[in-house]
Design a protein around this ligand. Sequence first.
Ligand code: GDP
Length: 298
Amino acid sequence: RKGWLERLKTGLRRTGASIATVFTGTQIDDALYEELEEALLMADTGVKATEHLLADLKKRVKEAKATNPAAVKGLLADAIVALLEPLQKTLVIGEFKPTVIMVAGVNGAGKTTSIGKLTRHLANGGASVLLAAADTFRAAAREQLAVWADRNTVEIVTQEGGDPAAVSFDAVTAGRARGRDVVLVDTAGRLPTQLHLMEELKKIKRVVQKADPTSPHEVLLVIDGNTGQNALAQVKAFDETLGLTGLVITKLDGTAKGGVICAIARERPIPIYFIGVGEKLEDLETFNAREFAQALLA
Ligand code: GDP
């Protein structure tokens, strides 16, 4: 576990460096709060979450009667934890068989890699996994997913040039028939237009529901932690279209924009099931608010 926390710290150091330096002085004054506001905004925390954190921090400073900036830094960590803790949830499987997990995300976000990592994580927990390659338009996407299926020695349902909804339907039906624990549905990240993409994702969801009326049990969005405020826009857009149940935030091992998690917590509090902290199969971790706050302010 230590290795990944170090990577997260190294990654977030670029976000947090400017925040941590705010507390190196000797005075708690308006200038400190102004500098902090700037640093939080620079880290992509967004206006609303920044205002919220500052107000909460001032309250905590007053209550604790803090007298030095180092103590204020500790209280800021507490304020960040309080904001992020509601997002710290565990992905539960086992209630349904199979648990159908639909995974969405724009191209390049790290969706395919995250599905590979998630497959490994679930398999390590003893679950049998079936992958559905519903991004049927891009041959490369299918091939990449097949590589991850191979690495994890799990089955994959795909169909060259087939209909994404039909592939998803077949995969869920096969998962039920074969008694699999989890069906992971990989969806397209880009189509000719954004409107097409959202319509297609809605259709996949509808058709999956036909194959198993209790499903999909989870609708996950994979977002790149490097995209800053745009990540929040993606969360909102996909949530409005699909009704998200959880997030995977990737590339936190090298971002200056990790503060966007605070913005998500404030404006669209959807559980963060996992964070990506590297390119390898095992580089997926559950999200912990305290660890994240500490890494951010390290
Ligand atoms: P997709 O288009 O959303 O399926 O994205 P991919 O899964 O192909 O990932 C795009 C790139 O991001 C690849 O080079 C991945 O290795 C890289 N990537 C994905 N997740 C992470 C992560 O958590 N950390 C780092 N450093 N790179 C990642």
